[in-house]
Design a protein around this ligand. Structure first.
Ligand code: HEM
Length: 419
């Protein structure tokens, strides 16, 4: 295995080593357990995984700022991340880290040895800063920014902390095992050393309630009922995937919006269930529309009670969101709950509790074909009128363009970075 004799680069040598040798922790051909933990989500394909993939139970989001000034470095990072992601999602060791010879470490993956890939998906997105930052076209990519990838306006009531907001690159890791997701986040994160620095991270979880069952969020409501169906190609075409209107590099991709939405749970739990139901516009236990029994019974926003008032309040969460959907403004939601310890908080509504409270809520995640017909117009209304705002505050997040998927041998974002 002499790289010099072959004329191969050090990088090529290391990659060859990676694919030829079994590491202490992760064998190259893993023996996968039968059952859910052994399942693999394909990494390569026309679309990136982790968008229409049925939600795994755990998520980890890492957001980076690019510190390099060279586009070629960004391309090298994306190539390396793609190769590593393809390996990890298949339950294999990523290629060894390449760096200063004295410090180069071969990741042995021991911390996840014995764990299966658990449907790990790794999804990459490019932030506005890749196209322009502080008025500078720092990578010569400004002209390739998609029209649909506009900046988010400021929304009423949001309290976005800079340390949890924005960033040049996002990587979303989802798996049915929290350690697998976090291990992948660290494995890729450390490969960005010297090129990009970590800006913020967020973990999330959602329970598996069983086949066909909608999970509940921390406010106790079923969350996901009115989502477009991921097994309906027409819906995914219309709502999720960027098409001919997008620059070539973006076709088959999707725009992600992440919002860290803190919930005033102490307050919420002290409100009457009837009021909670008015807030969301659905029944709490069943998830059904008012006056119906089934969770998936049709929502009729025009139905009126005996006094002529709408049965589903116009300013309920679903009243606003469903009216938007009827107007063609749609997104695919893929949110996770979070709990990040506790801190002192002052609530936004009487009795204005001030106390140590759990910092918990929803990592709201949605994908869409165009931000201008997706998150932005829906949330413009919501942030002004939604009854839910009394209990929810957006404290961070951002938006990123997730390019189309890569074919084997290619890497995510190549059509942009080598344009
Ligand atoms: C903490 C924040 C949020 C919570 C707790 C929450 C919770 C819910 C719940 C319980 C439902 C009813 C069940 C369902 O259809 O899934 C719902 C529906 C929905 N939500 Fe949210 N949501 C939040 C934020 C948002 C945001 C920021 C958007 C913006 C796009 C949004 C868009 C929707 C849509 C489109 C629906 C379906 C409406 C329909 O039936 O057509 N949600 N949400």
């Amino acid at each position: 295995m002499n790289d010099r004799a072959d004329g191969a680069t050090r990088r090529g040598f290391l990659t060859a080593l990676a694919s030829g040798a079994a590491f202490a922790g992760l064998p190259q051909t893993p023996a996968l357990a039968e059952g859910p933990q052994g399942r693999i989500e394909p990494f390569y394909g026309a679309h990136q995984a982790g968008v229409v993939t049925p939600a795994q139970t755990h998520a980890y989001f890492t957001v980076f700022d690019l510190t390099t000034r060279k586009r070629a470095d960004v391309a090298a990072l994306m190539r390396d991340w793609t190769e590593s992601a393809a390996q990890l999602t298949a339950g294999k060791a990523p290629p060894p880290l390449v760096g200063d010879a004295d410090y180069a470490v071969e990741p042995d993956g021991v911390e996840i040895s014995g764990l299966d890939p658990a449907r790990l998906t790794i999804t990459f997105g490019f932030g506005p800063g890749l196209f322009e930052k502080d008025g500078r076209d720092r990578f010569g990519l400004k002209s390739l920014r998609p029209e649909a990838f506009v900046d988010l306006p400021n929304f009423p009531g949001e309290q976005l902390a800079p340390a949890r907001t924005g960033g040049d690159l996002i990587v979303q890791y989802c798996a049915d095992n929290p350690q697998v997701a976090f291990h992948a986040a660290r494995a890729l994160g450390s490969r960005a050393y010297g090129l990009a620095s970590l800006r913020w991270v967020q973990s999330g979880f959602v329970s598996d309630y069983g086949p066909g069952k909608t999970p509940r969020n921390l406010m106790g409501f079923k969350d996901g009922t009115g989502n477009p169906h991921t097994d309906n190609p027409q819906d995914m075409h219309d709502v999720v995937w960027a098409g001919e209107e997008a620059p070539a590099w973006m076709r088959g991709g999707s725009y992600i919006v992440v919002r860290r939405a803190r919930m005033a749970l102490e307050h919420w739990e002290r409100t009457k269930v009837a009021f909670q139901e008015q807030t969301f516009g659905r029944q709490k236990r069943s998830g059904a529309p008012f006056g119906k029994d089934g969770e998936f019974d049709a929502l009729d926003l025009d139905a009126k009670d005996g006094d002529g008032n709408p049965i589903i309040p116009e300013n309920s969460h679903v009243g606003i969101a469903h009216r938007a959907a009827e107007g063609g403004m749609r997104v695919l939601r893929r949110s996770y709950s979070y709990n990040d310890g506790a801190n002192v908080t002052a609530e936004r509504w009487p009795p204005w509790r001030q106390a140590m409270e759990f910092d918990a809520g929803l990592v709201f995640v949605c994908f869409q074909r165009d931000l201008r017909t997706g998150f932005i117009p829906i949330f413009e209304n919501m942030s002004r009128f939604d009854m839910m705002n009394q209990f929810v505050t957006n404290t961070g997040g951002g938006h990123w363009a997730c390019p189309g998927g890569a074919r084997e041998g290619d890497y995510v974002g190549r059509a942009l970075l080598e344009a």
